[in-house]
Write a protein that binds this ligand. Structure first.
Ligand code: F6P
Length: 548
């Protein structure tokens, strides 16, 4: 049973938190550290290959206690049980949200494991050079055609893990990703590839997303031309396209042969789908054993989230700290800053996971919420961001929460025998920068020699809160743990705010209007009822096109 839950009423605990925040406004992180030598021990958690340090957040024991009480008041336990019990937590679409089920062991989720086995045999055929193009060539290049969750998750994780050893005796294909609707990626990718040796994964939960269908169509025309075959040629479809979707009918209509169809289910949200066959690019990077390791790491986090008391629970504490910043300290932006370049695509993945899930302003029962929900999230590889937007973090006028990510172990003799020393140095340099930045943001100029008399333009106020996440190493297993942690964190926040994190009605209307706009662009003069700006822009573009 899904517990009843309405818009969050301004309860006693909420009011106490607000009062506490008003009192704590004058607290500086430098003072919190100076007055408490055990602060790190008391405000950090570790487990499953991860360490989360919240001690540079503007938290005190009192505010943490109240936040934990808020979680109880919002019936978090019932909601966690509802999620993991398969209840219809996605109320506007009448669905459960069982992405966690994709990482359950075989005896608990036989259908999931059946699809995993089908994916395994395809992955192995590709990695062993047995999957052949229509003219008998082994596949050298695989292009993932998908967008949103059917692109961002597999792209992020495959990129993060590409420096792991390829599976023994297997040869990894080169991976490419084409998502953008305007064709800029697919056109570039196709220029570099040979149709005889290229395989396309058409990844779309709905198999109706126009971005993906247009890119897939361009790829299919390119193959047909390059191989001298018809667009509908059965062998072209059999040898060069795999479809991954929850909609078998649509895949068949498009032309994906049944043996090349990998299925997942309506109860897996697009942005939670990298654990399903949507993760095939990840399996092509680390092999099926590596992929299963990633699932095992995520499963470990599922267990952690279900069983740990809130104050020892990493995703719950991450969520509560965000709520504290957003709703009580008025900090409404968060920068995600990985100090390991392999996590380059993590910020974009999290932008979708968090903002598409929790960018909501009505409660489950349809009432407007009277408090802020998801903050603005953006990010960049930390050391590069230092040369771009860190100036604003250090000396701008906005309070911004930062999330630093670093890896403890990296570069081994086996993988980088020739330059392991130099690379180890670079790793240390990057981690030193990570620690330096979070320290300076927290303490401000008090991290420096306090006797220095600084002019105004050289002063650092500090007190910018941050969380640091340390991964023991960036292995498939730890990556799985990290990503499941973020998924559960998003869910916990949604429970606190009383919103549904599993739908995305805000992006649906734009798709409908875009279809109407195609007709307007083709003939602006026939359009009626358009606003003056859209009309003038459509006319301008159409005129320029005609005159070129
Ligand atoms: O942008 C909305 C959205 O539905 C996302 O939630 C989803 O990940 C993306 O489009 C792609 O959808 P599909 O996998 O169905 O092509």
């Amino acid at each position: 049973m899904v517990p009843e839950q309405d818009v969050l009423t301004i309860s006693t605990i909420w009011s106490q938190l607000a009062r506490r925040a008003a009192q704590d406004k004058s607290l500086h992180l430098a003072d919190l550290f100076a007055s408490d030598k055990d602060r790190f021990e008391r405000f950090s958690l570790s487990g499953a290959g991860l360490l989360a340090d919240f001690s540079k957040q503007r938290l005190t024991d009192e505010s943490r206690d109240l936040l934990v009480k808020l979680a109880d008041e919002r019936q978090l336990k019932h909601w966690v049980d509802a999620l993991f019990g398969g209840a219809e937590v996605n109320c506007t679409e009448g669905r459960s949200a069982k992405h966690w089920c994709l990482r359950e062991p075989a005896d608990k989720a036989p259908l999931v494991h059946e699809q995993l086995s089908r994916m395994e045999s395809m992955v192995n055929r590709i990695l062993q050079g047995h999957w052949r193009g229509v003219q008998g060539d082994a596949i050298t290049d695989v292009v993932n055609v998908g967008v949103g969750g059917s692109d961002l998750g597999p792209l992020m994780a495959a990129f993060a893990l590409q420096s792991s050893q390829p599976p023994q005796g297997q040869s990894r294909p080169r991976l490419h990703f084409a998502s953008s609707m305007d064709g800029s990626q697919v056109s570039q990718v196709l220029q570099e590839l040979n149709p005889r040796t290229t395989l396309f994964l058409v990844s779309s939960k709905s198999f109706t997303t126009v971005d993906t269908l247009h890119n897939a169509n361009t790829a299919r025309q390119w193959l047909a031309r390059g191989l001298g075959l018809d667009y509908d040629d059965a062998s072209l479809l059999r040898c060069h396209f795999i479809g991954i979707s929850a909609n078998a009918e649509r895949m068949s209509e498009w032309g994906i042969v049944p043996t090349n169809q990998l299925l997942f289910w309506e109860w897996v949200g697009g942005r939670y789908s990298l654990w399903s066959a949507i993760g095939m690019p990840i399996a092509l990077t680390v092999g099926m054993d590596g992929f299963r390791e990633m699932l095992a790491g995520a499963h470990e986090m599922d267990q952690h989230c279900r069983t740990q008391p809130w104050r020892d629970n990493i995703p719950v504490m991450l969520a509560l700290v965000d709520v504290w910043n957003i709703n009580f300290l008025d900090i409404r932006a968060r920068a995600v800053l990985p100090y390991d370049g392999r996590l380059k695509h993590l910020p974009a993945y999290l932008e979708q996971l968090e903002m598409e899930s929790n960018g909501k302003s009505v409660s489950r029962s349809g009432e407007p919420v009277e408090y802020d929900t998801c903050p603005v999230i953006w990010g960049e590889v930390g050391p590069n961001a230092q040369h771009a937007f860190f100036q604003l973090l250090h000396q701008g006028t906005q309070a911004i929460a930062c999330e630093f990510l670093m890896t403890a172990r990296r570069y081994t003799e086996d993988e980088h025998s020739e330059s392991v020393c130099e690379l180890e140095c670079q790793h240390a340099l990057s981690n030193a920068n990570c620690l330096a930045q979070s320290r300076l943001l927290a303490l401000g100029e008090r991290a420096l020699d306090p006797s220095l008399a600084l002019p105004a333009y050289k002063r650092y106020h500090g007190n910018q809160p941050s969380t640091t996440l340390v991964l023991d190493e960036l292995s498939p297993r730890v990556l799985g743990t990290l990503l499941a942690m973020y998924e559960h964190k998003v869910f916990v926040q949604a429970v606190i705010w009383g919103i549904n994190p599993f739908d995305q009605w805000g992006v649906e209307m734009g798709k409908v209007i875009a279809t109407d706009m195609l007709a307007v662009l083709a003939d602006p003069e026939s359009a009626t009822g358009l606003d003056a700006s859209s009309m003038a822009l459509a006319r301008y573009v159409a005129n320029k096109q005609r005159s070129s």
